[in-house]
Design a protein around this ligand. Structure first.
Ligand code: PMT
Length: 396
């Protein structure tokens, strides 16, 4: 939720300063406005011209503008900003911040800052591990500053990778998460995602093309907004990293049904995004089926309908959201599913819209409820997830 946010980006003298360009690009792409304040040492690593070209604003470095001698007001910057981010932040700047050594524009801006401050340290491991750096960081954390650090590796020392600046996308994501509305705190949400595989024999299955991307984006969005998420995931290669996402891996529709039915009574809402196989082979061969003859018949029997079952179990204080994946008569089919499965609303996506639905990074949806229909444009699945969760959160 960085749209419209005003960010002061402090850049210091580190080899990682070039990565500030990627941070600026990420922030601006997310809709933020960026004002760079750079230390004299920072300018040795990256030129203000590059930075001002990216931000469309003059870079602030000195107390007085070299152009006309006017005063650069750190106080005004402190009031203007919604957040200050210092990335990369050297050991020297950490020390000055921790001790109020206001000898450059970046530190005076920090000391005047009224908004939350985020720090992405960047230095070598020895400097990072030094007791004075550690003490400065502890001090700064105790002042309420937020540290954004690189994820460390798995070496025995536990310090592998420490001091290296976090990747720009990680830094932008941390800020984005900070500004995300926390309107789902205390809520438990069940999500089904991905395909189901229905075994034919030990090497073959009946399945579909679902990648899990839409369902995982929804799980991330719910967790970012404060919910505890139970993500019942079919066989997909995606990873879920948010600590509030509790993942239950399943393979078949029957396993997904068991997990969902078991979890639903504890939930405030369930969103059923999985592409569940409606049928499964009646029997599973124990050995790999050999090729004999010119044709082969597999007899299929129906799988349980998870959505219909949860629709019957639903209490008045629970919400149930379904998906409809259609190829024709979209609205009518979605309406039928809305009623039949007792959904509060249904998210319609159509395979007729190219580059959407299965596997793609974008989707185009309509939300159909008992009171009407809303159409949305094609957009990345994380933004689609936000629209869906906004709709859910707005329901009384
Ligand atoms: O995973 P991606 O690659 O990102 O693709 C996302 C998606 C296209 C799979 C997703 O956006 C989507 O449309 N999911 C629902 C697919 C589907 O099976 O739709 P349906 O119209 O057949 O089913 C209607 C609803 O009933 C769905 O909420 C489905 O999860 C649910 N259902 C269906 C059958 C069944 N046995 N149990 C169910 O719960």
């Amino acid at each position: 939720m960085l749209r419209g946010k005003k960010i002061v980006l402090g850049i210091t003298g580190s080899i990682a300063a070039y990565k500030a360009c990627l941070i600026i690009r990420g922030l601006i792409k997310a809709g933020a406005e960026v004002q760079v304040v750079i230390t004299p040492a920072g300018k040795e690593f990256i030129t203000p011209i590059t930075l001002s070209a990216l931000t469309h604003k003059p870079v602030i470095s000195e107390f007085f503008s070299q152009r006309d001698g006017t005063w650069n007001s750190h106080v005004d910057l402190g009031l203007w900003a919604d957040a200050m981010l210092i990335a990369p932040c050297t050991a020297s700047t950490l020390g000055k911040m921790a001790n109020g050594v206001a000898d450059n524009m970046l530190i005076t801006t920090y000391l005047s800052m009224k908004a939350p401050v985020f720090i992405a340290p960047a230095m070598d491991l020895d400097m990072y591990a030094h007791p004075s750096t550690q003490a400065n960081m502890e001090r700064l954390a105790s002042f309420g500053n937020h540290f954004i650090e690189a994820e460390s590796g798995f070496l025995a020392s536990g310090l592998e990778g420490k001091g290296r600046m976090a990747e720009p996308e990680h830094i932008v994501a941390a800020l984005d998460e900070f500004f995300e509305p926390k309107d789902l705190v205390g809520k438990n949400i069940l999500l089904t995602a991905g395909p189901t595989y229905e075994k034919i024999d030990p090497v073959r299955f009946v399945g579909n093309y679902s990648s899990g991307k839409m369902g995982f984006a929804l799980a991330e969005e719910c967790a970012r907004r404060g919910a505890d998420v139970t993500l019942v995931a079919g066989p997909v290669s995606l990873k879920s990293s948010h600590p509030r996402i509790h993942r239950v891996n399943v393979e078949s529709a029957q396993e997904m049904y068991n997990a969902a039915v078991n979890a639903f009574p504890q939930m405030d809402a369930a969103i059923l995004c999985a592409a569940v196989a409606d049928f499964r082979p009646e029997s599973v061969a124990e050995e790999k089926i050999k090729r004999v003859g010119q044709t082969m018949d597999i007899h299929l029997v129906p799988n349980p309908d998870i959505a219909a079952e949860l629709g019957m179990m639903k209490r008045s204080n629970q919400k149930l959201v379904g998906f409809a994946l259609e190829t024709n008569d979209e609205e009518q089919n979605a309406q039928n599913k809305l009623e039949k499965k007792n959904f509060d609303f249904i998210v319609l996506n159509s395979l007729r819209n190219e580059g959407t639905c299965f596997k793609s990074d974008e989707n185009q949806i309509s939300i159909i409820s008992h009171t009407g229909r809303k159409d949305y444009e094609k957009k990345p699945k994380n933004e689609v997830a936000r629209d869906i969760i906004d709709e859910l959160a707005s329901m009384k």
